[in-house]
Design a protein around this ligand. Sequence first.
Ligand code: KIV
Ligand code: NA
Length: 267
Amino acid sequence: VGKITTTAVMSMKAEGEKIAMLTAYDSSFARIADSAGIEILLVGDSVGMVFSGQPNTLSVTLEQMIYHTSAVSRGAKHALVVADMPFMTYQINPEEALRNAGRLVQEAGAEAVKIEGGRAMADTVRKIVGAGIPVMGHIGLTPQSIHTLGGFRVQGRGAEAADTLTADALALQEAGAFALVLEGIPASLGQRISRELRIPTIGIGAGPDCDGQVLVMHDLLGLFDDFTPKFVKQYALLGEQVAEAFRQYRAEVKQAVFPQPEHCFKG
Ligand code: KIV
Ligand code: NA
């Protein structure tokens, strides 16, 4: 099995095989996710929240994304590596967006980039795709627009908002996006957009009818519970296990139970 490509991801939709995407920020976890068969590793700008402890994604820089994407790329033998373009690295104009997308590919090993926004981003998608860099779109709850959306809240409720998001999805497909993240929308709208598009949809809080799903790794592992959105399923409670390991280590140091002879070098 070689590298999973964007064309392979697109044909999974035609073949009715669901796509499993997961965020990753470092090489160790990327390697584990990769060997578990995860098809797409997203180096999300959620790194600003789960790694850096920021309240949102707005402060993430291109340099930080290049650093984390390099780490993930080295751990991904099979999975497709997609890098988020941070806030303000693609919104000014398509030329600047292409230059910055190019750095994520050239300096960090990204195989595709993801940008947030609907039809307003169509020219930018066209520009980047035209240079040979695959683009994943992202609509619905777009965290980089948190100050416009008024918080992390569900989008696309009501007929008019649903029509707008569906038109955005079609515009991004038309512009050449190879896939689309649908975040924080009613399940019925997730189903509608997934049916209307040729390209795969990857949902997070967008219902079961999307062509794939994505979760933030720290949410899935139970490592981040500052707040747990409705769409998160914890597949492990690593936070608790890690805390227990740390407590045990501390106690054994205090009691001089660790290290034992087998942990020591002989003279
Ligand atoms: O940054 C991120 O983790 C994301 C996913 C939640 C889609 O954009
Ligand atoms: Na993101």
